[in-house]
Design a protein around this ligand. Structure first.
Ligand SMILES: NC(=O)C1=CN([C@@H]2O[C@H](COP(=O)(O)OP(=O)(O)OC[C@H]3O[C@@H](n4cnc5c(N)ncnc54)[C@H](O)[C@@H]3O)[C@@H](O)[C@H]2O)[C@@H](O)CC1
Ligand SMILES: [K+]
Length: 499
């Protein structure tokens, strides 16, 4: 799914009006109908709603929702700024329609800050949507700050008011903290960053009938199921283990063999034809017992002192490696001699951070998977997640490598400057071991001849989806990286069935 800017969303609305034989008023009605149906299916009928309406078309949506809910038997109060009222023709039309509907209470927004919340009222935020700029002030600000103190359910229409679609909010500005955001047609960039996404609650994408023929270039994308379905290659019946390539997982040191085991098991479960663990001899028994399907190559006594060439193999390096000077020297030597793309994580990245000149030796097309601290060690501190992404784009292009920036919505950054936000995964995955599993998954996909971009995209999605299934079964608190590996098969089954 492409992620469009606020300006492109406006173009999308206009394109639909011009090409689909529909008026902008009908589009507003369609948006309101989609919201009303969602509200009824979620909360049931005959509920009490208070709908805060702003001056533009987001407010117009709120008015149309008020009318539709009232017609279906709900008790509805509308709060709007009576002094300036509505600024767009469609919002004004809906304001006039509201006057014809009996028993909708209308109150001035300036009185809202006096309101004491009633326990059973659901509050709808239709103050500002994609046309919002800068920061909220005056009565709107007071209303948002007051509403934020309520424990009632709060549903934002399209975008939580005070949040802009594609940038960081002005520091200290008022933003509505929603429990649910009903957004139209596609995700907005700000929903996917931690500083701004926190205001959205649970996000629901509603189809309001915007034209599917609309297509503008974009650099930001969300990795969703359709997207993955297009990139996943089903296995051919006439294949043998050699068809699925060989993975070499370079991992482990004395006391950190668990990380190596997790990466190797994840590679095996992701379909690597042949998997070899290159680990220190002290980890031999652990690896051979935990992963009988893998081969073992000894590469040191208690820590790695050499890294095998891994010719014709997909190579993933890092989990549990430690940063011993001999291991660092082995990695430097390996990088000087390796031409094909590799996958790097964890201690491999810490070694690079200590010797940044080595970054230039990372083969083009490689994938590196830093968590926020590892990225900071490599490239310095960024002011916020938008600035960090900008820096990652620049570095990916300079170094000609792919980044997998592990976070709430993990981002894959390509050397061409595209950013793909992952939409699977949960907070239960913020645990030791989860990154080791990701390295194993991505390495196995590279072994199976997925290009680096597809391997990274499919890898993060699969990892997150397996994590979601593990959380469902065991809870976010109790789920372990091992549980995540156990769910990889279920994710492949659903992919093969096309769901
Ligand atoms: N254009 C269309 O065809 C459709 C638009 N839709 C709705 O319309 C919204 C976009 O509507 P608009 O473009 O009218 O924009 P909004 O309703 O998001 O807000 C714009 C209005 O708020 C004012 N405003 C902006 N920033 C402000 C600030 N900081 N303080 C005070 N006032 C501020 C603007 O002057 C303008 O009057 C979408 O989010 C969606 O909810 C939907 O009805 C679907 C169809
Ligand atoms: K809103």
């Amino acid at each position: 799914m492409k992620i469009y800017s606020a300006g492109q969303i406006r173009n999308w609305d206009s394109f639909t009006v011009q090409n689909e034989g529909i008026t902008s008023l009908q589009l507003m009605e369609s948006a309101a109908q989609a919201c009303t149906s969602w509200l009824e299916s979620r909360f049931g009928i005959h509920k009490k709603y208070c709908i805060l309406c702003g001056p533009g078309n987001n407010g117009g949506d709120g008015l149309a929702i008020a009318r539709l809910l009232r017609f279906r038997g709900a008790e509805v109060t509308v709060c709007a700024e009576m002094r300036t009222l509505f600024k767009t023709p469609d919002a004004l039309t809906n304001w006039k329609e509201i006057q014809q509907v009996p028993s909708i209470d209308c109150i001035d927004l300036k009185e809202f800050s006096e309101i004491v919340p009633a326990g059973d009222v659901i509050y709808i935020d239709a103050l500002f949507g994609s046309g919002f700029k800068d920061q909220i002030s005056g009565v709107y600000k007071e209303a948002v700050l007051h509403l934020n103190t309520f424990d009632n359910i709060k549903v934002s229409i399209d975008i939580p008011s005070g949040l802009s679609a594609d940038s960081l909010a002005v520091e200290g500005s008022a933003i509505l903290r929603a429990d649910h955001t009903l957004t139209f047609q596609s995700l907005k960039k700000s929903f996917l960053h931690p500083e701004t996404g926190i205001f959205c609650g649970k996000i629901h994408i509603l189809d309001i009938g915007l034209s599917m023929a609309f297509d503008e270039p974009a650099n930001d994308f969300a990795i969703d199921k359709t997207f993955i379905g297009q990139r996943y290659n089903k296995r051919n019946d006439f294949s043998h283990k050699g068809s699925f390539g060989k993975s070499l997982i370079v991992a482990g040191s004395y006391g950190k063999m668990g990380a190596a085991v997790l990466a190797v098991r994840a590679a095996l479960k992701t379909g690597s034809g042949i998997t070899v663990a290159a680990s220190p001899t002290s980890g031999y028994n652990i690896m051979q017992t935990s992963c009988p399907e893998a081969m073992f190559e000894s590469a040191g006594e208690n820590h790695l002192t050499s890294i095998p060439g891994g010719e014709e193999m997909a190579v993933g390096i890092g989990p549990g490696l430690g940063t011993h000077s001999e291991t660092a020297a082995a990695l430097a030597n390996f990088l000087q001699n390796r031409r094909e793309a590799i996958v790097l994580d964890a201690d491999a990245l810490n070694i690079l951070a200590a010797s940044p000149e080595l970054l230039r030796a990372v083969p083009p097309g490689s994938i590196i998977t830093p968590h926020p601290k590892e990225f900071e060690r490599l490239f310095g501190k960024s002011a916020d997640s938008f600035a960090k992404l900008k820096l990652a784009r620049q570095q990916a292009s300079d170094l000609n490598i792919y980044f997998v920036l592990k976070d709430h919505n993990t981002q894959v950054v390509t050397p061409e400057g595209n950013v793909y936000y992952n939409t699977t995964g949960n907070a239960g995955m913020a645990k030791g071991g989860s990154g080791d599993v990701l390295l194993g998954i991505i390495t196995a996909l590279v072994a199976q001849k997925y290009g680096p971009e597809d391997a990274a995209l499919l890898g993060v999605w699969l990892h997150g989806r397996a994590g979601d299934l593990a959380a469902k079964k065991h809870s976010q608190e109790a789920m372990l990286a091992t549980d995540l590996i156990d769910e990889i098969g279920t994710v492949f089954l659903s992919l093969a069935e096309g769901v």
